[in-house]
Design a protein around this ligand. Structure first.
Ligand code: PFF
Length: 453
């Protein structure tokens, strides 16, 4: 017997949920750095073009697969590809987000720990000598990061267990606006610091001499990761979108919120980095290693303001990571409740145990398990690299091929135009279909080749 499916309440709920998935750690630690390294405004321009021409069509492909099926990701793919192959593709799309959430929640756990630390005034009072090597010492301690990882995953499970409407929708509807308020406050703070202008210049000055082939690959990869493509999330969330909603508007709304947040994060972080006289870095290092130096340096002039900014900053990182991990977990929960007829609470708990256990190993790979290498990588790096470079890319390719080449044109048209009612969408339809059939597969192939070669 099929369980009754829930729906998102309306346009705002849909965009908040999608944006919740899209806005995450990638916007905060990766985007600002990529912008600075790849020619400022030049990179932003390339990023926007790729998002419009490639990521947005793929987003639409996945949302059509999801909404037309009104089912979990495994079943949705099974409708389009019957038999063994469909099973395999579907299960891959369920597996990817669970693999991802296991290590993503380790980083989420770090944000919880830093948030707790930031609540003590000592956090901003630390001297550079005290801070030196602090991040390495923190992740190498075996059990505390594991504990915070479990706390973060527990918070994720708690929201998902409440269901699509009372859990995910309710949480995203207040947390996404809150996130924007927090980041705007931090931008204002950052831009008023002495020497902040250099950071603005680093972010905005177009420098085409820094644009290389790598710039294009970086922009494409970031755009895919940021919109959570190829992970079954868009398929699953779209299956909760009502037939009356406009999928194109949802897609564009999500892409705009995601880009806006990434830019705001850049203006919150980079000017502060420059003001403290520090070199911008990337990865978890930027947030967890560099930021404490910045807050302690800024505290020399205004300790209270710096302490407040530190708390708000780690709070923003925590919320951004949480709304993303919620979306990742929901793919597995939807699968278990619908295909295995488990109760939502039990399904969430089961995934808490499985992802918690795997995430624990990822977390320990910074400490006691650091000698355990797979293909020369720590378990954490292996999980990250396979998720972003292999599983998400394959997932995107499957979605594009299914929507553009396997699904009947009439279904694609019906879902994107609500049966022809949405006139503007009907005008855009041939362009979207062309992008999906020819341009998107080409872009994905380039990403694959760039990883393999
Ligand atoms: N989009 C999120 C970010 O930018 O951090 C990360 C992410 C979430 C990636 C969910 C993939 C995913 F399925």
């Amino acid at each position: 017997m099929r369980t009754k499916r829930e729906n998102f309440g309306g346009r705002m709920a849909v965009i908040a949920a999608f944006a919740g998935s899209a806005i995450g750690l990638g916007n905060i630690w990766r985007f600002p750095y990529l912008v600075g390294q790849n020619g400022g405004a030049a990179f932003i321009l390339i990023y926007i073009v790729f998002t419009l021409l490639l990521s947005l069509p793929i987003f639409l492909a996945e949302s059509v697969i999801g909404r037309s099926s009104q089912a979990n990701c495994r079943a949705a793919i099974g409708f389009l590809v019957p038999g063994r192959a469909g099973q395999l593709f579907g299960l891959l799309m369920v597996f990817t987000p669970l693999w991802l959430v296991s290590y993503y929640s380790v980083v989420g756990g770090w944000s919880v720990d830093y948030l707790v630390q930031a609540c003590h005034l000592d956090f901003v009072r630390a001297t550079p000598e005290q801070l030196d090597g602090g991040f390495e010492r923190f992740i190498a301690r075996p059990w505390l990061p594991v504990l915070f990882h479990m706390v973060f995953l527990g918070a994720t499970v708690a929201v998902v267990a409440f269901g699509v409407k009372s859990g995910i929708e309710r949480f995203c509807k207040w947390s996404i606006p809150t996130l924007f308020v927090l980041i705007v406050f931090l931008v204002v703070y950052s831009l008023t610091l002495p020497g902040a202008f250099k950071g603005v210049e680093y972010l905005l000055k177009p420098d085409f001499s820094k644009v290389t082939a790598h710039t294009f690959i970086d922009a494409l990869g970031q755009s895919f990761f940021s919109l959570s493509l190829g992970t079954g999330i868009i398929i699953t969330y779209s299956s909760y979108v009502k037939k009356s909603e406009n999928l194109m508007v949802a897609g564009v709304g999500t892409a705009i919120s995601d880009l806006a947040f990434a830019l705001l994060a850049g203006f919150a972080i980079i000017p502060a980095v420059f003001s403290a006289g520090i070199e911008p870095g990337t990865g978890p290092t930027l947030i967890f290693d560099t930021l404490p130096y910045i807050f302690s340096s800024l505290a020399q002039h205004a300790p209270i303001l710096s302490a407040v900014a530190a708390i708000l900053f780690f709070l923003a990182i925590f919320i951004a990571a949480l709304t993303s991990s919620i979306s990742l977990l929901e793919v597995g929960v939807a699968y278990l409740t619908e295909e295995k007829e488990m109760k939502r609470g039990w399904a969430s708990l089961l995934l808490f145990v499985i992802c918690g256990a795997f995430g624990t190993l990822c977390s320990l790979s910074f400490g006691p398990l650091s000698q355990m290498k797979i293909l020369g990588m720590k378990l954490f790096d292996f999980a990250d690299s396979t998720a972003s470079n292999v599983f998400m890319v394959i997932g995107s390719l499957i979605s594009v091929i299914l929507a553009a080449w396997v699904m009947p044109r009439s279904v694609l048209f019906r879902e994107l135009t609500n049966g022809g009612v949405l006139r503007r969408n009907a005008h855009l339809f041939p362009i979207v279909r062309f992008l999906l059939r020819y341009v998107a597969p080409f872009g994905i192939l380039v990403l694959i080749l760039s990883t393999v070669l």
